[in-house]
Ligand binder design. Sequence first.
Ligand code: ADP
Length: 542
Amino acid sequence: MQSTMMNTPLTTAAIVRHGTTIHGSARVRTLQPDGTVRSGSFAEVGRRSAQLAHALRSCGVTGDERVATFMWNNQEHVEAYCAVPSMGAVLHTLNPRLTAEQLVYIGNHAEDKVVILDGSLAPLLAPALPQIPSVHTVIVTGQIDLTPLRRDGVTVLGYEEFLAGHPETFDWPEVDEVSAAAMCYTSGTTGNPKGVAYSHRSTYLHSMAACAADGLSVTGDDCVLAIVPMFHANAWGLVYAAFMAGADLLMPDRFLQAEPIVRLVSAERPTIAGAVPTIWSDVLNYLEANPEHDVSSLQLVACGGSAVPLHLMQAFENKYGVRIVQAWGMTETSPLAAIARPPAALDPEQHWALRATQGRPVAGVELRLMDDEGSVVPHDGESVGEIQVRGPWITGSYVGEEDAEKFDGGWLRTGDVGRIDERSFVTLTDRAKDVIKSGGEWISSVELELLLAGHPDVLEASVIGVPDEKWQERPLAVVVARDGATVAPDHLREFLTGKVAKWWLPERWCFVAEVPKTSVGKFDKKLLRAMHARGDLAVIDL
Ligand code: ADP
């Protein structure tokens, strides 16, 4: 029997229509350099998005051409999120922390035609632009001198000038829901970055999962602080979720340090926020040194991208009443795939043990564990395997690439290694490329890092595998001590004793001022390994 339900397409235009009309009075609030906050209603964002779409059409953007953004989190970027996919083009969010070489590779691979550029980022894009010949127009926000960006064949215009005079409504075309709405590139820690194209349908369904009470629980009563950059896996879905739910969006622009974030939270009182653990760890330190600030408005902090230390979650919850919920995902998974929400009625110890996991899959996402021989590994909480994932917002391929190795019979191979327990909670032990194999046995770098981060004198710690004559590889712990603290390596080794198997205990230690981070704020272990190979790390061998 055929269903008689209407088959209206699930598109970003549907989200934008809903958000800008039903929730037209919700607001995008953007932090400005002078510390004030400017505000635009969703209705206004809708009108300006329509103008942006007309302006893009009038400069020749048709079909599924790519319009890149090179921007921070602000109202103009939200306008691009609304206009570009809804007009049928593809929004390509570029990461300003990439090197010029990576930008050139990605811009050419995506064949970007137009770039919407945040004026403050012009010096970073300028060296790459001449080598991306597909770009014919650059639209620049903010007040800057446009001359250095100008060259033959490229039109450079100010954003407001570009929008001016265009109609404030746009008849969003009906696009196929499985066509591409947006694309992001993976960071390319191994080999070239790979493009992931999100469809309208995947974006719509992912936004619903983000809104769900057991997802990120975004409602019309919320104010969502999106610290996670809009170029990092679509700001984890927070922007479209806010448009669906009618939640205010609070945007920190480029001010991602602890101080402006804490001031913004104190003043604007967001209820939901999302950012990687390093940001929250900086925020915690800042709060401890500046107790006059109040962050208690935050009811849910979504945190992921790397493992979230248990002590960080407990400190926020016990001292500030702020609940940090760990989530797991990747650019390829839109990104929300799993979330650590333990069932009710557990004792505190069991509750926290599950809060420290990467969570269990949200509805729509399925996970399985596979061993090296291609057999399914049981979900018994002990057996370790590679996590594979599938679902309607998980990518089935990379743009323009045959990458059969990354897929297995309709499942995405995540490259993450871990265990899954009987309740389906996932614990990641490592990324496959970071695992440490010592004397034929695995050592989890993530577990060691989380334990070390729990030491009161340790600000952050990253653990990498380094070559060893006897054991092939041994762990090297790279540690940053808290301000004013000195920690001896044998003391830290002692601290770990009893918490992990004896042969996991690192004998090599290195103390640094800061652990280098990737473009999205994770420990850059590839760089650490290279630094070690070059002899740039001063290693203490116990
Ligand atoms: P990048 O590849 O630059 O790190 P992604 O954000 O796509 O960019 O990274 C996804 C990866 O981040 C996952 O495959 C996983 O290794 C790691 N990750 C994401 N969330 C968590 C988490 N909660 N705990 C541990 N690792 C995580």
